[in-house]
Design a protein around this ligand. Sequence first.
Ligand code: NAD
Length: 298
Amino acid sequence: MAELIDGRAVAAEVVEKVTAQAAGLVAAGTTPGLAVVLVGEDPASQVYVASKSKKAKECGFHSVQHTLPAETSQDELLALIASLNADPAIHGILVQLPLPGHLDERTTIAAIDPAKDVDGLHDVSIGRLTSGQLGRTFVPCTPKGCMVLIGRVHPEGIAGLNALVVGRSNLVGRPVAALLQHANATVTVAHSRTRDLPGLCRHADILVAAIGRPEFIKGDWVKPGATVIDVGINRIPAPEKGEGKTRLVGDVAFEEARAVAGAITPVPGGVGPMTIAMLMANTLTSACRAAGREPPVF
Ligand code: NAD
């Protein structure tokens, strides 16, 4: 039976470390500042933004939230970003995605100063990540969280291990693959056009699933002893809990895979809690850089 990788516990450790380091920075005259921008009233985005702002406060940060109406124009949004870029009290700017349809996401993200791009989605950040300049960029939060969890299972490193990333999105699959390669794993990226996904999975010492399809990866695809990182968050009907009830599952058939894997993340409670913790870590890193201090390693 696989070891369960407890993302909640690891995320709490990261937040504790961020809070302690932030206190040191505050004492030296720099309060880490995070600005979160929400456009419109998407209920899921409202929840995400509120929890990011709250966590930033818990870490002792200067935390500001800008909530703009859904009809905000591109120019108005760019003007807000320009003012946050120029504000020395702000070290991290996060624009919650998705944006309403009339706003262009790439134009918006491109307007953020790369030095404050704590989501790691700016083209400059992506370029620095893929060229291995990790000390000069911000690694996107969910991929960074995946790597922290993998590091807990493999404290000796992952050099030479076979890693398979299923999914090639800009948000998860691509940056996770870049990070695994940077850590000297031999990396394969699978996607919707891949042939023989079960066969590829069976060779993977590290399997990262970021697909968005409930319980898609079956237990008998998993290599015995493998480390399985399930990024997927899928809501499915749960009639056993009552009429109309739902539950969250990952992209991996958890119970089956757990019987074969060496270590596995649950959903919920695996990668999910790491994302917000790594956002706090990135904001602290930005504040350290602004203050001319060496940022801690997470
Ligand atoms: P996406 O839809 O942008 O990308 C999905 C990827 O899966 C694509 O690259 C596609 O090629 C691949 N894919 C689709 N069908 C496939 C198939 N049959 N075989 C192989 N590959 C296939 O999604 P995303 O943004 O990368 O998110 C993936 C999942 O991770 C979602 O469930 C999302 O909710 C979750 N997610 C979780 C967090 C978190 O834990 N904090 C953050 C981001 C995303």
